[in-house]
Design a protein around this ligand. Structure first.
Ligand SMILES: Nc1ncnc2c1ncn2[C@@H]1O[C@H](COP(=O)(O)OP(=O)(O)OP(=O)(O)O)[C@@H](O)[C@H]1O
Length: 406
């Protein structure tokens, strides 16, 4: 089958690291801010207070408390969406202590008409969806868009777009498996539904439903603290004017992963106990492994422990791979959060050293996409048969052998 290489120049690119700083939440002890950031936009964060902690950090961009969702979208996400539409895979992930604005940045306020994507509180996902469909319609392109939304909670994957209510969602736990396809697709989540969406409103509707299903638990740091990682993925297929020598249409494929990580604070401080401790334990496991993966990549170690957590396995290609990646590290100005803030900034600084080699996806012909969809339907049919028999899910033998460690 004919494949069509892009002529776009591919070169190494460091992970882009952005910091967003929010005003201290009302419950924080207001003993004067120790974090100095620009009011709207700059590149430096200064930590003040006592001389022992005084230092400054430099990033690709720093947004202060006065920066709006629109500011962040325009400077950071809009150029990334452009890359996606050129046929690249891109990832944006939000990392930081609980309550510092990861979900606010990624989703924003999903009520109050944010499905239009341009209300002041709309986060990066609704804005991306709105701008994607606007750009596609403006180009009069022939396209189709799929979205998926998955949660990783206690090292278990759950499809946030399946079922109609929270209970139905609970019952899907454990049915998703992650494995390396060994093809251009890289690591895939088997059984995860990808829904075709016709417009931004429909896509944001799915995001809203999924967000409601997301597991939340209360901790002392934040009353509605999210204890899970969530990945919202947008895949776009755009028909190109060119055709293959066989006279077939060519389709360009781009993908954007928007990752909202769980809070990075430690268990002791958040007061997590029992069930919560288990949750916090596995959250820390994923984030710990993420830290180790970052260190291994920066130090150019021969072994990178991607497989030690599901999170790092799933986002493997975004860390040292062929994906263009951006980390948004969220912090607050609260003086009593200073230790966590410094940890987040150190983590983010280290991540700046990761080099990816973004490569545009191979363009494919329409018949290849149809073939791919047929394979997916076949896979789903086998999964269904296996589920009916109570015998698990279907996997090719070689994939099973290669992936029994995860
Ligand atoms: N930049 C901001 N401007 C205004 N409000 C904000 C900002 N960032 C966060 N908030 C508000 O602070 C609260 C906590 O934010 P959010 O839930 O996004 O934190 P989080 O980092 O996702 O926490 P968790 O790790 O618990 O998921 C929310 O009520 C949110 O609306």
């Amino acid at each position: 089958m004919a494949k069509h290489n892009n002529v776009a120049q591919e070169k190494d690119a460091n992970i882009q690291v952005i910091v967003r700083c929010r005003e201290a939440p009302s419950r924080a002890i207001r003993s004067g801010s120790s974090v100095v950031v620009p009011p709207v936009y700059g590149q430096d964060v200064k930590i003040g207070g006592t001389p022992s902690i005084a230092r400054s950090f430099h990033f690709d961009g720093v947004f202060g408390p006065k920066a709006t969702q629109e500011n962040v979208y325009d400077k950071v996400v809009s150029p990334i969406l452009h890359e996606v539409m050129q046929g690249y895979n891109c990832t944006i992930f939000a990392y930081g202590q609980t309550g510092t604005g990861k979900t606010y940045t990624m989703e924003g306020d999903l009520e109050n008409g944010s499905s239009s994507g341009n209300t002041p509180m709309a986060g990066m996902i609704p804005r991306t969806l709105y701008n994607l469909f606007y750009a596609l319609d403006k180009q009069s392109a022939e396209y189709y868009v799929r979205v998926s939304y998955v949660e990783l909670y206690n090292e278990e994957l759950r499809d946030l777009l399946v079922g109609t209510d929270a209970n139905a969602f609970e019952s899907t736990g454990g049915s998703l498996k992650v494995f390396d396809s060994g093809t251009d697709k890289g690591v895939v989540i088997q059984g995860l539904e990808e829904k075709i969406v016709m417009n931004a409103r429909e896509a944001v509707g799915l995001l809203q439903q999924g967000a409601m299903r997301r597991k939340v638990a209360s901790t002392r740091c934040n009353d509605a603290s999210s204890r899970s990682h969530a990945i919202f993925t947008i895949t776009v297929f755009i028909r190109e004017r060119a055709v293959t020598v066989e006279g077939e249409d060519i389709v360009k494929l781009g993908k954007l992963n928007l990752v909202d990580l769980a809070g990075s604070e430690n268990i002791g401080r958040s007061g997590a106990q029992d069930m919560r401790a288990r949750e916090a334990g596995s959250i820390n496991k994923s984030l710990l492994v993420l830290g180790r993966v970052i260190t291994a990549l920066v130090e150019k170690n021969s072994h990178v422990p991607y497989r030690e957590s599901k999170l790092t396995y799933i986002i493997k290609d975004s860390l040292g791979g062929r994906t263009r990646t951006c980390m948004i590290a969220t912090i607050s100005t609260a003086a009593d959060n200073i230790e966590e803030t410094v940890k987040t900034l150190q983590y983010a600084s280290q991540a700046k050293g990761i080099r990816n080699r973004p490569v545009a996806n191979k363009k494919v012909s329409k018949s290849e996409i149809v073939h791919d969809m047929q394979l997916q339907m076949e896979q789903l049919r086998r999964d269904l048969d296996a589920a009916r028999d109570g015998s698990g899910f279907y996997m090719k033998f070689n994939e099973y052998v290669e992936n029994t460690t995860i």
